[in-house]
Design a protein around this ligand. Structure first.
Ligand SMILES: [Zn+2]
Length: 235
């Protein structure tokens, strides 16, 4: 993977323009999406979540056992319950696709201080049937927001080999078995450092199997950035 050249000076106004456009197209709500508190001065909270809610989420994550991660690091924004779980449900199943923007902003903020900046962001691919049903891949939506914020390209570098059963409802061992070999690299990733983006980290089966595929394609480091981790069921 070639190292990125420093940004040319002429790109600066373009970037400002794009960031301004971004805020215009996706204005963040002025009320905290979790507790409803109003942002002071009508300036939206970063990621749509007030500092009190966000630090409570971060505290819960800090109390989770850390994951011995064969792929690098996995960093969640919060634990999968309460308001965060509700927001993820509204985003994935409730037709509120706009929530991908604030939720992605939250991931970008957390990842910025907990992970090293990668060469590429790779969203976990959705099974084809699920994609048709939902109309979008939630991991890709989140990755696009993180990529814009970090200025890191988003690449759909993974495909799914076969229709695995839906993970929800399967036990821990079954989840691992169900996904073994399910992801395939679609391109040469020699030398690249990668952060995989997903919404929920349950047993680690998805991220682990994605990582195996990315390492096979030549990636040298793979981290994970997710919205939420399921308590007590970590990897
Ligand atoms: Zn709040």
């Amino acid at each position: 993977m070639a190292t990125r050249a420093a940004a040319a000076p002429w790109t600066v106004p373009v970037r400002w323009f794009l960031e301004g456009l971004d805020r215009l197209l996706f204005p963040l709500p002025v009320h905290c999406l979790a507790c409803g508190r109003e942002a002071p001065g009508q300036a939206a909270f970063p990621g749509g979540i007030c500092p009190a809610c966000l630090s409570a989420w971060r505290l819960e994550v800090a109390q989770c056992p850390s994951w011995p991660a064969p792929w690098g690091r996995v960093r969640p924004v919060g634990v999968y319950h309460g308001a965060l779980r509700e927001l993820i449900h509204r985003f994935k199943y409730g037709g509120e696709r706009w929530l991908g923007h604030p939720l992605g902003e939250l991931m970008a903020g957390v990842g910025l201080v907990t992970l090293r900046r990668p060469d590429l962001l790779v969203p976990v691919p959705l099974a084809a049937g699920r994609y048709r049903q939902r109309g979008f891949n939630q991991a890709e939506e989140l990755a696009r927001v993180v990529g814009r914020r970090w200025r890191v390209p988003v690449v759909n570098a993974l495909g799914r080999r076969r229709a695995a059963k839906q993970q929800a409802g399967l036990g821990r061992a079954a989840r691992w078995e169900n996904l073994r070999g399910a992801f395939v690299p679609l391109m040469d990733l020699r030398g690249a450092t990668i952060t995989v983006i997903d919404d929920v980290f349950t047993t680690g089966a998805t991220l682990a199997n994605c990582t195996v595929a990315l390492l096979q394609a030549g990636a040298v480091r793979v981290d994970g950035l997710v919205l939420a981790t399921v308590p007590g069921d970590g990897f």
